[in-house]
Design a protein around this ligand. Structure first.
Ligand code: SF4
Ligand code: SF4
Length: 230
């Protein structure tokens, strides 16, 4: 399934994609100062982007967000060479949280595709919407086109600040696993990748329950920040 983009808004400046990457954690480690002044990404959707997205089904909404991140990776090269793809080496009880409604994508898949994944309850119920957060377990390899959002944005985590602006920061839940977060001898995470994550979540934050889950994950990150001493 391919979701077409909405038509261009009248003001072309409103469509620029990159810029304004803000990490308040490990900031000096991978802020790309050479690019941060260029191509500002707006903090909100504009023109017809918001109604276009809200008229999609939840499956189409997540696929649209996947499309924004298509071919975007933390580094220009395969970062798995630095760690033997550690983030794909979890055991049978380790997996990734699915964002609210993302599980429905897997319900639409062919049997042989869904066979790559097991979806369970995470036992997390979002406090306001009472949506149950699902958990996806994989076999350590997958068709990349089918991987969930958590894998597409790893090791970054979007969050929504008090002014409802989407921010992107390192996902500290990954800090002992992902060498991009602790080994400063490695290349820095691409600014462009962080901007794509932000762009995808300008949309995804409109999907019911997503902001609430991001809030919970942000709280968890804040606890880890204190623990690590950042
Ligand atoms: S753990 Fe980090 S460095 Fe290793 S493959 Fe995953 S994202 Fe890349
Ligand atoms: S779903 Fe795919 S990308 Fe995600 S951890 Fe499993 S093998 Fe890796």
């Amino acid at each position: 399934m391919k979701i077409a983009k909405p038509g261009k808004p009248k003001n072309p400046k409103q469509r620029s994609l990159y810029g304004d990457y803000q990490s308040n954690v490990l900031h000096s480690y991978y802020t790309d100062n050479n690019n941060s002044h260029k191509n500002k990404l707006p903090d909100t959707l504009s023109g017809n982007e918001r109604p276009f997205f809200q008229n999609l089904s939840v499956v189409e909404q997540w696929i649209y967000c996947y499309q924004i991140l298509e071919d975007s990776t933390p580094l220009a090269n395969d970062c798995g060479v630095y760690c033997s793809a550690k983030c794909c080496s979890g055991g049978p009880n380790e997996g990734m949280l699915l964002f609210p409604g993302e599980e429905h994508i897997y319900e639409t898949m062919d049997v042989e595709d869904i066979d790559e994944f097991t979806i369970k309850s995470s036992n997390i119920a979002l406090p306001s919407t009472q949506l149950e957060v699902k958990f996806l377990i994989c076999k350590g390899t997958c068709n990349r086109k089918l991987r969930p959002m958590s894998c597409r944005i790893f090791p970054l985590l979007p969050w929504i600040d008090k002014k409802s602006v989407v921010r992107v920061q390192p996902d500290l839940r990954a800090v002992t696993m992902c060498p991009l977060l602790y080994n400063n001898q490695l290349p820095q995470i691409q600014h462009r990748f962080a901007m794509k994550v932000k762009h995808a979540f300008l949309y995804a934050s409109l999907i019911p329950g997503t902001m609430e889950l991001l809030d919970l994950l942000h709280e968890e990150t804040n606890i880890m920040k204190k623990f690590i001493g950042l």
